[in-house]
Design a protein around this ligand. Structure first.
Ligand code: UDX
Ligand code: UDX
Ligand code: ADP
Length: 486
């Protein structure tokens, strides 16, 4: 296949949008078009307000949009024109039927594949960008080959999982630890891998472009996310032990992280991991293991999610327990709703489960997040959750809560000081930098007494807060009984 000049990406989401913008920036001679069925999303990509918040993204988009980067809803036309088609559609967990609650729902993927097959009049490289279960390429290959009316058209399928993290997407794309490309070990497969590698070679050093077989690439992505999530569950499980013994999880994590075999990153204890990938990918891994009869392996990985649910549950218990076993009618300020800082994304954010736990105990919540809009918060809190998803909901909470209940108990504020005023407690759910710079003297003065702080991210200066007069609880930190003994 000749050197690619036209790339089309199906799916203008958190992965497709930033990745294609970076390719367009680094490869000025390649024409990159991102297509999506969702018209308002495409309109937003073409506007001054992008549909996702990601530091540095707007500058990259602005530099290329209208030159070699385009956003369109005309999926069929742009796919037909392309040499390389990235598929970056959503692959949520299946909600019903066989594998419900664990398997990935490939309906969007299959829809995209059928469309590619029906419009293609020239051979194409099809790149799996969204995380998919192992062996998806095989299934997709069948859909493509059997639905394309032109026998001469060849599809070469590659797996090129994206490892970017939200909030740091531009940094991660500019300077990736590695780019992984999996392909068939045939002549045409190797040629396709080389063609895609030549795109990344515009800015990624050759030694960081790793080639693998298709199944290894697909499995690497699932396993990378599972192992990252496992690190968080490991440190979170130790945070519970620290609270029980008077150890400090940050000191423990620091000591662990200096062992070069362990490494310092991704060891921050938290109220739990969230995001669209970790839980979904682990559930997917669990499902795959069960499907091939590896129950022990499935149970091992499932325990990573169980600890994550336990951590959220523990946090709610810590809040309720320390506020004299009742939060009924008390106002609690929730600082942060996104699943991590520097994103407006709330998918699987631990804040949802913590809020549900507190609402179940009849608390009144006042929520502030610098990037999450009020309607998103209300939607998230009234959305049904499934038993398989969260088997350990605090206090036997029955979800979904009705929209009426959410309206009655939750308010959203665009100002952190207003969110905190009159509250009995504030809970930090997201590690936004701006929370560290808040005027806590002012906040303390405006709160009911005793005023509690529950730091679910360990970002605040706890000593200083105590000196102001707050009662402070933080994950994995020596709690009040231990401090009093000191
Ligand atoms: C993750 C992977 O990091 C990325 O490689 C993959 O492509 C997509 O999934 P993302 O979910 O965007 O990225 O963010 P990440 O930084 O991994 O954080 C995931 C969750 O773990 C967040 O809720 C974060 O707050 C939490 N976390 C992370 C911790 O609780 N402690 C840590 O030390 C690190
Ligand atoms: C370990 C710790 O590494 C060391 O820091 C501590 O002080 C004592 O315990 P040790 O047991 O001597 O040291 O050897 P180590 O290299 O850690 O190996 C432990 C076991 O893990 C061995 O059986 C080794 O074969 C196995 N291992 C190690 C693996 O199976 N795979 C690996 O990638 C690494
Ligand atoms: P991710 O976080 O993996 O990028 P998102 O949900 O943010 O996932 O984005 C996936 C996008 O894919 C959505 O905007 C959705 O509208 C789009 N999409 C899904 N199926 C198709 C399809 N068949 N054709 C075009 N776009 C699609």
């Amino acid at each position: 296949m000749a050197k690619p000049t036209r790339i089309c990406c199906i799916g203008a989401g958190y992965v497709g949008g930033p990745t294609m913008a970076m390719i367009a920036l680094k490869c000025p001679e390649i024409i990159v078009t991102v297509v999506d069925l969702n018209e308002s999303r495409i309109n937003a990509w073409n506007s001054e307000t992008l549909p996702i918040y990601e530091p540095g993204l707007f500058e990259v988009v602005k530099a290329c949009r209208g030159k070699n980067l385009f956003f369109s809803t005309d999926c069929r036309y742009h796919v037909a024109q392309a040499d390389i088609v990235f598929v970056s559609v959503n692959t949520p967990t299946k909600m019903s039927g066989v594998g419900a609650g664990k398997a990935a729902d490939l309906a969007y993927w299959e829809g995209a594949a059928r469309m590619i097959a029906s419009v293609s009049t020239s051979s194409k490289i099809i790149v799996e960008k969204s995380t998919v279960p192992v062996k998806t390429a095989e299934a997709i290959g069948k859909v493509l080959r059997r639905n394309c009316p032109h026998p001469d058209v060849q599809f070469e399928i590659l797996s090129n999982p994206e490892f970017l993290a939200e909030g740091t997407a531009i940094q991660d794309l500019t300077n990736p630890d590695r780019v992984l490309i999996g392909g068939k070990e045939t002549e045409s497969g190797r040629a396709a891998v080389a063609a895609l590698a030549s795109v990344y070679a515009h800015w990624v050093p050759a030694e960081r472009i790793l080639c693998a077989n298709l199944w290894s690439a697909e499995l690497s992505k699932l396993t990378a996310n599972a192992m990252l999530a496992q690190r968080i569950s490991s440190v979170n499980s130790i945070s519970a032990l620290c609270e029980a013994t008077g150890a400090d999880v940050q000191q423990v994590a620091h000591a662990l992280g200096t062992d070069s075999r362990i490494g310092p990153k991704f060891l921050n204890a938290s109220v739990g991991f969230g995001g669209s990938c970790f839980q979904k990918d682990i559930l997917n891994l669990v499902y795959i293991c069960e499907s091939v009869g590896l129950k022990r392996v499935a149970d091992y990985w499932h325990s990573v999610i169980q600890i994550n649910d336990y951590q959220k549950h523990r946090f709610v218990e810590m809040v309720i327990g320390s506020m004299f076993n009742t939060v009924s009618g008390k106002k609690i300020a929730i600082l942060g709703f996104a699943f991590k800082k520097d994103t407006g994304d709330t998918r699987e954010t631990p804040a949802i489960d913590v809020c549900h736990g507190l609402i179940a105990d009849d608390a009144r919540l006042s929520i502030y997040d610098p990037q999450v809009q009020q309607d998103q918060i209300f939607r998230d809190l009234s959305m049904p959750k499934f038993q398989w998803d969260h088997p350990m909901l605090p206090n036997g909470a029955q979800v979904p809560f009705s929209s009426r209940e959410i309206d009655r108990t939750v308010s959203v504020s665009s100002d952190p000081y207003k969110a905190c005023a009159g509250s009995h407690a504030l809970c930090v759910m997201t590690e936004w930098d701006e929370f560290k710079a808040l005027d806590f003297d002012r906040i303390f003065a405006s709160m009911s007494k005793p005023a509690f702080v529950f730091d679910g991210r360990n970002i605040l200066d706890h000593e200083r807060l105590r000196s102001i007069g707050f009662i402070v609880y933080a994950l994995g930190k020596p709690l009040e009984p231990f401090l009093q003994k000191q």
